[in-house]
Write a protein that binds this ligand. Structure first.
Ligand code: SF4
Length: 146
């Protein structure tokens, strides 16, 4: 929707830059909505919509997809490995405004869990790691909120 923020994180920044470029090119060509639409098609942006983020993974240029780092990708697999998604680190990640409340709630849950008495060191470590990842996403949101 016009005027609405695209979202947060590096993926959102890339999307914003692409849309701005398209708009500038269309304007420079004295274009209208049809010209913009045609430029948008040529930009070939792929967005996978998700519950915790949206993903701009590009099959033609998979470099930098954190979910593919340091793992063996099954031979017949194409696309990202959703279950290894790292919304806090990946340059393809777009945190939508609809995701903010989820991260906020997740952070509170992790903090509550950390308060539980007699946590095993292993469990505590897992919660802290999860909390750090959540905080990293929330930090991006805070920094990018005008
Ligand atoms: S880590 Fe997540 S955002 Fe990045 S490419 Fe993989 S699925 Fe997409």
């Amino acid at each position: 929707m016009a005027g609405q923020p695209i979202g947060f994180g590096p993926g959102a920044g890339r999307l914003r830059d692409t849309f701005n470029e398209i708009q500038a090119t269309a304007t420079a060509r004295g274009g209208n909505a049809r010209v913009e639409e045609s430029l948008l098609r040529k930009a070939r942006i792929t967005i996978r919509f998700g519950t915790l983020n949206h993903c701009l993974f590009d099959e033609a240029n998979p470099a930098g997809a954190v979910c593919l780092d340091g793992t063996l990708v099954p031979e017949d697999h194409t696309g990202p490995l959703d279950w290894r998604c790292r919304p806090d680190r990946c340059h393809n990640s777009v945190i939508g405004t609809e995701h903010v409340a989820i991260y906020d709630s997740h952070r509170r849950t992790q903090l509550k869990l950390l308060d539980a008495p007699a946590l095993s060191p292993c469990r505590k470590e897992l919660i802290i790691r999860e909390l750090e990842r959540t905080e990293a996403v929330l930090d991006k949101i805070r920094k990018e909120t005008p």
